[in-house]
Design a protein around this ligand. Structure first.
Ligand SMILES: Nc1ncnc2c1ncn2[C@@H]1O[C@H](COP(=O)(O)OP(=O)(O)OP(=O)(O)O)[C@@H](O)[C@H]1O
Ligand SMILES: [Mg+2]
Length: 112
């Protein structure tokens, strides 16, 4: 299994979620975060406001998927989150050791 951590622009959430469910993603975590990337200290526009501070509001998505779905999930997020402007986000992929569905006791791929 892989854990895909994606940082996206908040207004892209619905589009990204819909695209991911259509490729077979069955669950995800979403957190409101603030962050900065390569333009730290410069301005980035968010909802019409220019942020001159270092931190810009973003959403962090965490998605655990079977190995064979990971590449497609990354490609889907990359395609749907892209606006071609700075701050479009980043996607990280990590290995996952285990998963457990609490209600049923199913493990690993079956638990996703
Ligand atoms: N190296 C990193 N490690 C962890 N989080 C990061 C990293 N780089 C970016 N992020 C997170 O992703 C968000 C968006 O990054 P961003 O898209 O601005 O990256 P960038 O490298 O500046 O690319 P761009 O030039 O397209 O803006 C940041 O606000 C931060 O939350
Ligand atoms: Mg940036």
């Amino acid at each position: 299994m892989k854990l895909i951590i994606a940082v996206i622009k908040p207004f892209k959430l619905d589009e990204v979620r819909e695209a991911l469910t259509s490729v077979g993603v069955r669950g995800m975590m979403v957190s409101e975060i603030k962050g900065f990337g390569a333009q730290s200290g410069h301005t980035e526009v968010y909802r019409g406001a220019e942020y001159v501070v270092n931190f810009v509001p973003k959403l962090r998505l965490e998605i655990v998927v079977p190995d064979d779905l990971a590449e497609q999930v990354v490609a889907t997020i990359a395609r749907t989150a892209k606006t071609d402007k700075i701050g479009d986000g980043k996607i990280f992929t990590l290995d996952v050791e285990g998963a457990l569905r609490v209600r049923t006791g199913e493990t690993n791929d079956d638990a996703l």
